[in-house]
Write a protein that binds this ligand. Structure first.
Ligand code: SF4
Length: 264
């Protein structure tokens, strides 16, 4: 299926696609590392992104083992499984969600319920292979009762695991799905709808906030300007940036190929 045909699934035309501008940082398009750990974006409250020495890990396996035996926050007693990760540990894209839901708690894998299936569809619609192009985790690793939003204490207690996942995966691009991961990493208090689709800089990495798939499940319209339509623009911008980064690494240029026939 051609790009044009794929777009027709969403009632779009190429001229409908808004341009997404990447903020220029010192030294080029890829921003320079923040001078100090813990620095967040402009206009955002300070967030602590420093992992205490005792909570650093030599490997992702060591991190997984520690998380699976963790009882540091009030979510531990009610969980079935600790939900640490899925995807490729060598991926250039790291996706951070909010917290495990029922299916994730039962399976021990993030984003495997309806939201996760939609996330996979979104990624596959621009040709990403979800088993090798992305690594997926959550802000907190244990399910909050009744799928409530994790508390600040729970988020902060679990945060060293998340920061260590980012350090050990070392992704080029981080996608923050929904307000909880956005707030945890960036300290960003503006609503997700205000800044989704924008490239931000965090600790020398490109970050894009996007709508959480569960929000898209509740908003099924594909009309221009709808959350799904906006996400379609975002995922194409993400693929374009990913290909730019791959091209820079391999010296082989590539363009976005939208060849999946599944709509999301
Ligand atoms: S949510 Fe995180 S900090 Fe809380 S018990 Fe689970 S792994 Fe530990």
């Amino acid at each position: 299926m051609t790009d044009k045909e794929q777009m027709s699934l969403f009632d779009l035309t190429p001229s409908d696609i808004p341009l997404v501008e990447l903020p220029q940082a010192e030294g080029g398009e890829m921003a320079a590392p923040a001078k100090k750990a813990g620095r967040s974006s402009k206009n955002s409250p300070a967030v602590n992104n420093v992992v205490p020495v005792g909570e650093q890990f030599a490997s992702l396996d060591a991190l997984r083992e520690a998380a699976c035996n963790c009882h540091k926050c009030p979510l531990a007693p009610t969980r079935t499984n600790v939900v640490v990760e899925r995807g490729d540990r060598k991926a250039k894209i790291l996706i951070i969600g909010e917290a495990p839901g029922e299916q994730e708690d039962l399976s021990g894998l993030p984003f495997v319920g309806k939201s996760g299936q939609l996330l996979d569809k979104i990624l596959e619609s621009v040709g990403f292979d979800t088993s090798k192009d992305v690594y997926i985790c959550n802000t907190v690793k244990c399910r909050p009762p009744n799928n409530r939003v994790p508390t600040e204490i729970e988020i902060n207690t679990c945060k060293p695991y998340l920061l260590e996942q980012i350090r050990l995966i070392d992704p080029k691009i981080i996608l923050l799905t929904g307000a909880t991961s956005l707030k945890s990493i960036m300290g960003e208090k503006r609503g997700i709808s205000k800044i989704r689709g924008q490239w931000l800089e965090w600790e020398g990495r490109l970050v894009m906030p996007i709508f959480h798939p569960s929000y898209l499940l509740r908003n099924q319209s594909r009309e221009q300007g709808s959350p799904k339509w906006l996400t379609w623009q975002d995922v194409k911008a993400i693929k374009e940036k990913y290909l730019e980064l791959v091209s820079a690494d391999t010296n082989i240029s590539a363009s976005v190929v939208v060849d999946e026939d599944e709509e999301f």
